[in-house]
Design a protein around this ligand. Structure first.
Ligand code: SAM
Ligand code: SF4
Length: 451
C-alpha cells in the first residue's frame, strides 16, 4: 500500500491547529510573502482561520504573491471532451457507467478535429482533451487526436486529463507532444475514496495516486494535480494534495506544474443525494489563497464549474489559468446536448466576454505557449520561475499573444479595452530593452506577422 499520504499526520496537524493564535497567523503570512512557501503545519493553521480581518489579510498576502510571481497575466484554455463512455461508476459523475439517462458518444478523429477548429475559432491556442475511462478512449485515441489537431489547426498546446495509464502509454503521449498531463486524485482520504468509487478500475486508490510517478517515468515532466472539493473535509484534502506535491518534488526533483480546484457540481444522473461536504464560497476562496501561499510557483487552474463573479474574484487570489467558453459534452462546440454533459457549467460567458472582464479587472489575458515550445517545462520551468524570470518573459508574451487575439478575433468593444490594457502592461515592463523589443514586435503583428 502506498504510504506517502500520511493520514494520521494530516489529522494530527489539523487537530493541533484549531483556534490558531492571531499573532502566529500574521507571522506565517509574513513568511509566505517571501514567496518561498510554508510548511504543512503552517498551512494547517491557515486552514483554520475564520476571523474576518485575518481572512482579509490572508487574501491580501495571496494577491501579493500572485502579482509578484505571475504579474498580471491570466492564461486561457478550453476543454475538449472526446468521449463520455466510462467503465467506472464514480458516484458524483454524470459519465458514470450506471447513468442510463446519458447520451453516450465517442468522437471520431474527424469530429475531434472539428471541435478543435471550433475552439480555435473562438480564439484559443490551448486545449485540454478529456474523456471517460473506456477501451475506446485508450492511449492511441489521444495520440491520434494530438497528431491530427497539431497538424490541422493552429492549436499550439494540448494538455490531457485522463485516467491512469502504464509507463509505456505515457511515453507515447510524450512523443506525440502532450503539454501537461492532468489527473485529479478526487479525494486523498482512503475511506471516502472507497465509498465514492465502488467498482471498476478506478476503485484502486493506489493505481490512481501512482499515475504521476508513471507519467514522470514515461518522460512527462509537466503534470497537474487536483482534489475534487465537496467529497470530504476540504482541510484534509488541501494537506493531502500538498503532501502529494512534496512527495513528487522529492522523488523527481520537481513538483506539479499546476493544481486544479474543481468543486463538486450537481450532475444529471449522479448517484449522490447531495454534496457530502459542501464548501462555501468563502472557504473556496480560502483554499485558493492558501494554495497560492503554500506552493507559490505552481499554477492554479479554475474551470467554468464556478460562477462568473466568483471566478473574477478568484483571479485576485492566485488563479493563473482559466477555461472559458467551455462545453462539457463530446461534440458540444458544434452541437449542444444537455443530456451528454459531465456536470452543469456555472459560467457560460463566451471567450470574448471573459476577456473583457479580465481587462476590466486590470489583468492581461495570455494565449502564450512559449514555455512549452521552448522546452521550459518541468524542472527547467521551475528554475526560471524561482529566479523570477517567468514574470519577465510572461508579461511581454501575454501582450503579444493578446494583441494577435484582438486583431484576429476581437470585436470593437474588446479591442478598445484590450488596447488600453496592453498599453498599461507595456508601461509595467521595467527592462527597457525588453520593452523596446515588445513594441517592435507589436508593430510586426499589426503588419500581419504571427508567432
Ligand atoms: N475520467 C477521467 C478521470 O476520472 O480521471 C478523466 C477526467 S473526468 C471526465 C474529469 C474530472 O471531473 C474528474 O476527475 C472529477 O474530478 C471531475 N468531476 C466529475 N464529476 C464532477 C461533478 N459532478 N462536478 C464537478 N466535477 C466533477
Ligand atoms: Fe468516469 Fe472520470 Fe466520470 Fe469517474 S470521473 S465516472 S472515471 S469520467
Amino acid at each position: 500500500m502506498v504510504d506517502f499520504i500520511n493520514e494520521s499526520k494530516i489529522f494530527s496537524i489539523l487537530e493541533s491547529s484549531i483556534n490558531p493564535d492571531k499573532g502566529e497567523i500574521r507571522e506565517i503570512l509574513a513568511k509566505a510573502r517571501e514567496c518561498k512557501g510554508i510548511t504543512l503545519e503552517e498551512t494547517g493553521k491557515l486552514l483554520h482561520v475564520e476571523d474576518k480581518d485575518l481572512m482579509e489579510e490572508l487574501f491580501e498576502a495571496a494577491k501579493y504573491v500572485k502579482d509578484r510571481i505571475y504579474g498580471k497575466r491570466v492564461v486561457l484554455f478550453a476543454p475538449l471532451y472526446t468521449g463520455n463512455k466510462c467503465v467506472n461508476n464514480c458516484l458524483y459523475c454524470g459519465f458514470r457507467r450506471d447513468n442510463k439517462e446519458l447520451h453516450r458518444k465517442t468522437l471520431e478523429l474527424e469530429e475531434i478535429v472539428n471541435e478543435a477548429k471550433a475552439i480555435e475559432k473562438q480564439g484559443h491556442k490551448r486545449l485540454l482533451l478529456i474523456c471517460g475511462e473506456h477501451p475506446k478512449t485508450d492511449v492511441k485515441h489521444f495520440t491520434k487526436a494530438m497528431e491530427a489537431i497539431y497538424s490541422e489547426t493552429d492549436i499550439r498546446r494540448i494538455n490531457i486529463e485522463a485516467a491512469p495509464m502504464k509507463v509505456e502509454d505515457y511515453r507515447e503521449l510524450k512523443q506525440a507532444g502532450i503539454g501537461t498531463y492532468v489527473i485529479f486524485q478526487e479525494t486523498y482520504h482512503r475511506d471516502t475514496y472507497k465509498k465514492m468509487h465502488p467498482m471498476g478500475i478506478k476503485a484502486d486508490y493506489d493505481w490512481r495516486i501512482t499515475a504521476l510517478d508513471r507519467a514522470f517515468e514515461g518522460g512527462i515532466d509537466d503534470v497537474g494535480v487536483g482534489a475534487l472539493f465537496g467529497l470530504y473535509d476540504y482541510r484534509f484534502e488541501v494537506l493531502g494534495l500538498l503532501m502529494h506535491c512534496m512527495y513528487l518534488e522529492e522523488r523527481f526533483g520537481v513538483g506539479p506544474h499546476t493544481i486544479s480546484v474543481p468543486r463538486l457540481r450537481p450532475a444529471l444522473g449522479w448517484a449522490l443525494d447531495e454534496i457530502p461536504y459542501p464548501v462555501t464560497d468563502e472557504d473556496f476562496k480560502k483554499i485558493v489563497a492558501i494554495y497560492r501561499l503554500s506552493v507559490p510557483y505552481t499554477g492554479i487552474i479554475l474551470s467554468t464549474r464556478e460562477r462568473a463573479e466568483l471566478r473574477d474574484e478568484l483571479l485576485n487570489l492566485g488563479v493563473s489559468q482559466i477555461s472559458a467558453g467551455s462545453k462539457t459534452n463530446p461534440g458540444g462546440y458544434e452541437e449542444d446536448d444537455d443530456q451528454a454533459d459531465q456536470f452543469e457549467i456555472s459560467d457560460s460567458r463566451s471567450l470574448p466576454k471573459v476577456l473583457e472582464t479580465i481587462c476590466d479587472k486590470g489583468y492581461i489575458p495570455s494565449f502564450c505557449t512559449a514555455c512549452y515550445r521552448r522546452c521550459r517545462t518541468g524542472e527547467h520551468f521551475m528554475e526560471y520561475a524561482k529566479e523570477g524570470e517567468i514574470h519577465e518573459f510572461c508579461q511581454p508574451n501575454a501582450i503579444l499573444t493578446f494583441k494577435e487575439n484582438l486583431i484576429d478575433f476581437g470585436n470593437e468593444e474588446l479591442r478598445e479595452k484590450g488596447e488600453r490594457i496592453i498599453q498599461k502592461a507595456l508601461d509595467e515592463i521595467e527592462n527597457e530593452n525588453m520593452k523596446a523589443e515588445t513594441i517592435k514586435k507589436l508593430k510586426q503583428i499589426e503588419e500581419g506577422m504571427r508567432d
